[in-house]
Design a protein around this ligand. Structure first.
Ligand SMILES: Cc1cc2nc3c(=O)[nH]c(=O)nc-3n(C[C@H](O)[C@H](O)[C@H](O)COP(=O)(O)O)c2cc1C
Length: 359
């Protein structure tokens, strides 16, 4: 048994949903903690006004009783409050009445860097909206809800996960000015985030197969977030410039390390040091000063779609990255320790720590 996550939901549809399977029974969840993470995802300098419009809140439909998991699929729902403005445009069923509200007019102006062109070609859509609604990062809200649950499970095992921003638009501090300048130019920015996991015990992931490798799983999880174009584990790309004598983390009595250039993972397995991963985000593709494109309805040159959009979403990415890393670590912990019930999982954790302590 492992943890698995399935999500559904369009950006302006009625709601986002997530189904989490494989969670142990007996885990106490805190609605306020999940909502606090959802709120964190909506913060950050340079976000669009949509974030004020919507205050995300989680609803639980199944898998929880009186605040404790039942060991059955946990179904989470986050409503898109903005859907009220899109009732005709994003109606799941053929809408009644004249086209009205947002999304009523088909979009035919694909944005370079977004899902628009590749999406309509692949799926045979005429309206770019049919591609962009799901490709949008709106559904990272339910990754964050799932990640919040994962963090609660990890905290039972003494593991803490935290994401932070390293730079935005090339600025390591004072990035608000860079964001203001980009906004004034009707442009967008990207940046770099870091996620650190402390207290992770050795033995998460495996070298046995490519799919088991913790570094590969974390990289896939981070790359799975919209606009992430680069991932590194530990010193990552910088290690390519080093000699071996300066690149590896020497082992001391007590099995501690003198350094942590590997970012806590060797051969796809956590080694007991802090896990450190970073993700690079490209500048967002919706520009208020649109890039050159082609009108798919006429084949003629045109300017790309302009719709409400963030100038930068790097601070939100840090929250989403934290969530997906937490999910992957919880999944690896569930595989290492088993446990239909949290109490079994914690007993296996204690027994395992005792076994490796005596080495
Ligand atoms: C938290 C977050 C917020 C985002 N907000 C926007 C946005 O407001 N406007 C935009 O054009 N792209 C935004 N993006 C990025 C696009 O969703 C993404 O670039 C697009 O889906 C194409 O996918 P790709 O960049 O992974 O190739 C956001 C990404 C994240 C992670």
């Amino acid at each position: 048994m492992t943890l698995a996550l399935t999500t559904a939901g369009e950006s302006h549809g009625p709601a986002l949903v997530a189904i989490l399977t494989g969670l142990p029974a007996g885990l106490t969840l805190d609605r306020a903690a999940i909502d606090a993470d959802l709120h964190r995802r909506q913060q950050g300098y340079g976000r669009s006004p949509r974030q004020q419009l919507e205050q995300d809140e989680v609803e639980v439909l199944a898998g929880l009783r009186h605040g404790r998991t039942l060991g059955t699929p946990l179904a989470l729902l986050v409503r898109n409050r903005d859907h009220r403005n899109w009732e005709w445009g994003m109606n799941p069923w053929p809408p009644e009445g004249e086209p009205s509200g947002k999304g009523a007019k088909p979009v035919t102006l694909p944005r370079p860097g977004h899902a628009d062109l590749a999406g309509v070609l692949k799926y045979g859509h005429d309206d770019v909206r049919n591609a962009l609604e799901r490709a949008s990062a709106r559904h990272t809200a339910v990754y964050v809800a799932a990640g919040s649950v994962a963090k609660t499970l990890l905290s039972e095992l003494g593991i803490g996960v935290a994401g932070s921003v390293l730079e935005i638009g090339g600025e390591r501090e004072g990035w608000e000015q860079a964001i203001d300048a980009a906004r004034a130019d009707r442009d967008t920015l990207g940046g770099v985030v870091e996620v650190r996991a402390s207290g992770a015990f050795p033995g998460l992931g495996s070298y046995a197969t490519r799919e088991d490798r913790l570094d590969a799983r974390l990289a896939a999880a981070l790359m799975g977030i919209q606009a992430v174009k680069g991932v590194e584990v530990g010193d990552g790309f910088a290690l390519a410039h080093e000699r071996g004598s300066a690149a590896h983390d020497e082992i001391e009595p007590g099995l501690r390390r003198r350094s942590n250039r590997a970012g806590g993972i060797e051969a796809g397995v956590s080694n007991g040091e802090e896990i450190v991963v970073r993700a690079a985000m490209k500048p967002l593709p919706t520009l208020m000063r649109p890039l050159d494109s082609v009108d798919l309805a006429t084949g003629e040159p045109a300017q790309a779609l302009v719709e409400r959009s963030d100038v930068a979403a790097v601070e939100a990415l840090a929250v989403v990255a934290e969530a997906v890393v937490a999910w992957e670590l919880a999944r690896a912990a569930r595989e290492k320790l088993g446990g239909d019930a949290l109490v079994d999982m914690k007993a296996a954790h204690a027994a395992y720590l005792e076994r490796i302590r005596t080495r």
